[in-house]
Design a protein around this ligand. Structure first.
Ligand code: AMP
Ligand code: ZN
Length: 460
């Protein structure tokens, strides 16, 4: 397997620390509002990577944390007059629900910051003892000048480090680039007792401590969105390396590109967000997943109605091929073709893998022998599984209807009854009646399609 490693800036052959075991940590959401489709990109990308890794390695441990201590959560809780737990629980549940709709398999562990305060405090104490951090006025700061490799991941020099961090110059800091490990809470703010008084951890130390608690001192793969390289991941490295006596923190750093809208990063601060929660009301989750996999994970990806329409056509084609094979038993023991797996093992090249998948569908449409059909069906399904696609019955894909309108949509039995009437009308050469029924169904959001197997229907 090969991955582009942000740390070295080039593609490298992947070899885990232990031959059979791979550890992966991906920064999860800060749970103060619903996830937008840009936030879903790392979740889908690293879920796909986990699937590919699991095929090759017997033991993959995938951790994606929940950031449930953060000033944005405090602000949301204060605004609603509830505790931070209420906000965090609500949006953690929504996050997992949204991801399930996108076919994201739960990570092996989803640690919460609120459950790791002792580990966070212990790590800060270690950093102070080792001379990499200092306490001042209720704060604890990491002293960036104490770590010569600071800036190596983001390839920043001293000057751009300062510019990028938009660091506050505070009187208690030894150096303007020093960042917070612990900060004091006012009586109204959520806080936890610590050797430095009642307070709360900074965002970066949370991930370092949870990664260590669940995966140990050195992990194989660390992932997240491109925006996390600096300062978040740079700071995670500084903390973990210094707390572990110089041992490397993560061996391969993988970062996904942004999901953009009209060329701009989708983000809450810009206000150009489309929530997964809303999208799944009008689009199948599998379609959203395919959109996120159409581009290479490192490249920017534009979100618009066109890419959505295009993904729908693609899934129609793939499920169309599978529908033609409905009566065929997939060949036993046949797995995804090597070329398909090789594409994914080459820095998770999903566009190349998808091209292979369409090649399989094309071959399936042309196949004549039973054995070819059985083999191609098995290959389509197993390749689909690696991408988290094609696992529902073709009929379920073609008859997907939005949950909101489910109550008003025509029930399948009513549709079948109207189709039977239309078939009878056509048999009697009553074309006017046949057209009327077709138009009536169309007006009620049902599309008809003639095929060699008879009349098919789908919700528009
Ligand atoms: P946040 O909840 O803002 O910390 O973001 C959660 C994850 O989503 C992080 O890995 C971010 O890097 C990622 N992310 C945020 N916005 C985008 C975007 N527009 N495109 C891709 N990834 C994003
Ligand atoms: Zn993190």
């Amino acid at each position: 397997m090969q991955f582009h490693n942000t740390l070295s800036g080039r593609k490298e052959t992947f070899s885990p620390q232990h031959p059979d075991r791979v550890t992966m940590y991906v920064c999860g959401p800060t749970v103060y509002s619903y996830a937008h489709i840009g936030n879903a990109r790392p979740a889908v990308v690293f879920d796909t990577l986990a699937r590919v890794l699991r095929r090759r390695y017997a033991n993959v441990v995938y951790v994606r944390n929940i950031t449930d201590i953060d000033d944005k959560i405090n602000a949301a809780a204060a605004k609603e007059g509830v505790s931070i737990g209420v906000i965090a629980d609500r949006y953690t549940a929504a996050y997992h629900e949204d991801l399930a709709a996108l076919g994201v398999v739960p990570a092996d562990h989803a640690p919460k910051v609120t459950e790791h305060l002792p580990q966070i405090i212990a790590m800060i104490e270690k950093l102070i003892a080792a001379g990499h951090a200092y306490a001042a006025e209720g704060h604890v700061l990491f002293h960036t000048l104490s770590f010569p490799d600071y800036g190596k991941l983001s390839k920043r020099d001293e000057q751009s480090l300062m510019a990028g961090a938009r660091v506050e110059v505070a009187p208690y800091k030894k150096h303007a680039g020093d960042f917070v490990l612990w900060k004091p809470s006012t009586p109204e703010q959520p806080g936890w007792d610590s050797p430095w008084g009642r307070g709360r951890p900074g965002w970066h130390i949370e991930c370092s401590a949870m990664a260590e608690a669940l995966l140990g001192e050195t992990i194989d793969i660390h992932g997240g969105g491109h925006d996390l390289i600096f300062p978040h991941h740079e700071n995670e490295i500084a903390q973990s390396v210094c707390a572990h006596g110089g041992k490397p923190f993560a061996r391969y750093w993988l970062h996904n590109g942004f999901l953009n809208m009209a060329g701009e990063k989708m983000s809450k601060s810009l206000g150009n967000v489309t929530l997964v929660h809303d999208l799944v009301q009008r689009l199948p989750g599998e379609l959203l997943r395919l959109v996120l996999l159409t581009g290479h994970y490192r490249q920017p990806l534009d979100w618009n109605e066109e890419v959505v329409a295009d993904a729908r056509k693609k899934l129609d084609r793939l499920y169309g091929a599978l529908r033609e094979l409905a009566d065929i038993e997939p060949a036993a023991g046949v797995r995804a073709p090597d070329s398909f797996v090789a594409a994914l093992e080459d820095d998770l090249n999903t566009p190349a893998a998808l091209a292979e998948l369409f090649e399989l569908a094309r071959a399936a449409n042309k196949a004549e022998s039973l054995s070819d059909k059985a083999r191609l069906k098995a290959q389509l399904l197993d390749s689909g599984l690696l991408l988290g696609l094609l696992q529902q019955a073709p009929e379920a894909w073609f008859s997907w209807s939005p949950p909101q309108s489910a109550a008003t949509a025509l029930a399948p039995e009513a549709i079948e009854a109207l189709i039977a009437e239309r078939i009878a009308a056509r048999a009697a050469r009553n074309w006017a009646e046949s057209d009327r029924i077709r138009d009536q169904l169309k007006a009620q959001g049902v599309l008809l399609e003639d095929s060699k197997d008879g009349m098919r229907w789908r919700y528009a």
